[in-house]
Design a protein. Structure first.
Length: 338
C-alpha cells in the first residue's frame, strides 16, 4: 500500500511538473505573440511632402521620440518622396508589399489625391497602423499686408474676381479645400496657386509677395509670427485656441464666415504587412504616446491628440476617406466614384 501510494504521488508530481512546463511554454508563446515581430536594421518613414512641411515635421518628431526614448532601438530616417500630389510616395509604398522596414506617414493629401484624380483609394491598399494627431489651421498674411482681418481680405476679393491669391499645396489638398470653403462661405473667387512640394515654397511666395495668404498649422506659423514675418487673420476651429500664443486670433466664424477644418496625421504600413509586425508597432506607438516627451510635443506644437491604435486605425482611415470624399464631391472636385 505504501509503495502504491508513493508511486501515485510521484505520478501526480510528474503531471504537475509537466503542467507547469506547459504553462510556462504557453505564457512564453503568448508573450512573444503580444510583443510582435521586430524589424531588423534601419527603418524608413516615407512622406509625400517636402522637408519642412507639416507631414514631414510630424514624422520627424515621431522618429525622434521613438529613438530618444529608446522605445525603438533601430535608427529611424525620414524620406521625402515628393511629386504628383503624393502619388510618387504612395506608389513607392504600394510597391513595397511586406517591407518590414518601411512606414508611411500620411496627411489629408493622401486621401484627397486619389479622389480628385479618379483613382482607387490608396488607404484601402495599405495596412492600417495608427492615427496620431490633428492640427488646427490658421489663415495668415505677410506682416506688411494691408489686410488686418479676414473681412479685409474678403472685401478686397469682392472688388475683382481672383484678385487675391492663396498659396498652398496641390489641388485637393487641405489648403485647397480651405480656400474653396472660404470662397463658398464668402461668395468670392480667389486665385489658388498650388506648390506641389508645399512647405518652404509656400512661405517664400507669401513673404515675397507672390501670394496674399497661406494656410498654416500653428506649429509652422508660430516662428513666422514671432519673427514678425506673418500675421494671423483667422483660425478655422469652432472656438478660439486656448493657448496664450493664439487666443487673440479670431475664428473665421466670428468674422462671419463659417469655415472649420483641421489637418489629421496618421501612419500606415505597406500592403500585406505581417500581423506580428503590426502588433510590434502598435505596442511601440502606444508606449510613445504615454511618454512625457510625446505629451510635451503635442502641447508645444498646439496639436490635438487624435491617437487611434491599430485595432481602430482601419475604421479611422475609412472615416477620413469619407470626410474628404464628401467635401470634395460637394465642392465639385471629386472624380472618383467611391
Amino acid at each position: 500500500m505504501h509503495s502504491e501510494h508513493r508511486a501515485q504521488s510521484r505520478l501526480l508530481r510528474a503531471f504537475a511538473f509537466s503542467g507547469a512546463l506547459l504553462a510556462i511554454g504557453t505564457m512564453t508563446t503568448t508573450g512573444a505573440l503580444a510583443q510582435g515581430k521586430a524589424p531588423t536594421g534601419e527603418i524608413e518613414i516615407t512622406v509625400g511632402s517636402g522637408a519642412g512641411a507639416g507631414p514631414d515635421l510630424t514624422q520627424r518628431r515621431v522618429a525622434k521620440i521613438l529613438n530618444d526614448e529608446k522605445i525603438v532601438e533601430n535608427p529611424i530616417v525620414i524620406q521625402n518622396r515628393t511629386g504628383g500630389s503624393w502619388t510618387v510616395a504612395a506608389n513607392y509604398v504600394l510597391g513595397q508589399k511586406g517591407n518590414e522596414n518601411l512606414l508611411f506617414g500620411i496627411s489629408p493629401t493622401f486621401f484627397a489625391s486619389p479622389i480628385v484624380q479618379g483613382l482607387d483609394p490608396w488607404y484601402k491598399q495599405m495596412t492600417p497602423l495608427a492615427g496620431l494627431l490633428t492640427a488646427d489651421l490658421l489663415l495668415v498674411v505677410s506682416a506688411n499686408s494691408p489686410f488686418q482681418s479676414l473681412t479685409d481680405l474678403v472685401n478686397e476679393a469682392k472688388k475683382q474676381e481672383a484678385s487675391v491669391s492663396v498659396g498652398g499645396a496641390n489641388i485637393g489638398s487641405t489648403d485647397h479645400i480651405v480656400t474653396t470653403l472660404l470662397e463658398k462661405a464668402a461668395g468670392i473667387k480667389l486665385n489658388y496657386i498650388p506648390f506641389d512640394g508645399g512647405g518652404g515654397q509656400i512661405t517664400s511666395s507669401l513673404l515675397g509677395g507672390a501670394v496674399n495668404m497661406g494656410v498654416y498649422p500653428p506649429d509652422e506659423a508660430l516662428s513666422l509670427i514671432e519673427g514678425g514675418q506673418v500675421r494671423p487673420i483667422a483660425i478655422l476651429s469652432a472656438e478660439r485656441h486656448p493657448s496664450d500664443k493664439f487666443k487673440d486670433v479670431p475664428t473665421a466664424k466670428e468674422q462671419g464666415y463659417d469655415v472649420q477644418w483641421d489637418s489629421p496625421q496618421s501612419l500606415v504600413l505597406p500592403p500585406d504587412a505581417d500581423p506580428e509586425l503590426v502588433a510590434w508597432w502598435d505596442d511601440k506607438l502606444q508606449k510613445m504616446i504615454a511618454t512625457d516627451a510625446w505629451k510635451q510635443m503635442l502641447a508645444e506644437n498646439y496639436f490635438r491628440d487624435a491617437y487611434a491604435p491599430a485595432s481602430e486605425a482601419g475604421a479611422a482611415l475609412e472615416a477620413l476617406h469619407k470626410r474628404y470624399f464628401d467635401i470634395l464631391t460637394e465642392l465639385g472636385l471629386a472624380k472618383s466614384a467611391q
